[in-house]
Design a protein around this ligand. Structure first.
Ligand code: ZN
Ligand code: ZN
Length: 239
């Protein structure tokens, strides 16, 4: 697998060009990080990730537990681009470490311990063709790290994306993004009891980037109409 990745991308730090890493430890330390939880819509600070009532329907979420990194940071942009489009699967590891550190600082473990047996992680799915083209789904890669660390199951087969939409990053305004993604997700019709897995659960959606929030909202609506008690969101990067 390593040699397969190397064909696409030489292993050179995206920040300083040191060989042997995609992102070296020094460059990781230089990336500026967010410290607090915020509402992803109005950006108001939130102590426990709970989204204020006025932004709930727009986000579709009850809580938003993350993002440590800013989309406007230049090195973050480079890293995420490589992660998504250049098959650099290994970037999931340093990114997940940054995310777990952020979550721990913001009491994520303590917050979910109240709900423990009712919590599951669900990665935002890719359309089948894109996943095959890319070789992996970055949300599943991050989800695997979180699942192992917090001992919460990652349910990859609950949601599917049945519509091949334009990448949200290529769609400029918010309305167009909502239109682009509308009706794109559904509960997996071939999964083994997907509804049983999400009924009355706290479903925590995992994705790499939160920008307009249209993708997460669409997933959240699908999950809630199938019986999820609450849907929360976690991403590594936000605006
Ligand atoms: Zn570096
Ligand atoms: Zn808000």
């Amino acid at each position: 697998m390593d040699s397969f990745i190397d064909i696409f991308l030489p292993k050179v730090c995206l920040g300083c060009k040191t060989e042997g890493f995609f992102v070296c430890t020094e460059c990781i330390e230089e990336i500026s990080e967010y410290k607090y939880l915020v509402c992803p819509i109005c950006k108001k600070r939130s102590i426990d990730g709970r989204i204020d009532k006025s932004c709930r329907s727009e986000s579709g979420l009850t809580r938003f537990m993350g993002s440590p990194l800013s989309h406007s940071d230049k090195s973050v942009k480079k890293i995420i681009h490589a992660f998504k489009y250049q098959h650099a699967k290994e970037i999931a590891s340093p990114l997940s470490e940054i995310l777990i550190e952020f979550l721990n600082k913001n009491n994520f473990g303590k917050i979910i311990s109240e709900y423990k047996s009712r919590v599951i992680f669900v990665p935002v799915p890719l359309y089948n063709f894109r996943e095959r083209e890319r070789g992996f789904n970055q949300a599943i890669e991050i989800g695997n790290y979180l699942s192992e660390y917090y001992k919460i199951p990652l349910e990859e087969k609950v949601l599917i994306k049945h519509k091949n939409t334009e990448p949200q990053a290529d769609v400029k305004n918010k309305e167009e993004r909502e239109k682009n993604i509308a009706g794109a997700f559904s509960i997996n019709p071939t999964g083994s009891d997907p509804v049983g897995l999400i009924e009355n659960k706290i479903v925590i959606l995992i994705d790499d980037v939160y920008t307009s929030g249209a993708t997460m909202r669409e997933c959240a609506l699908t999950l809630r109409s199938a019986g999820a008690a609450e849907v929360w969101g976690i991403t590594i990067i936000r605006e």
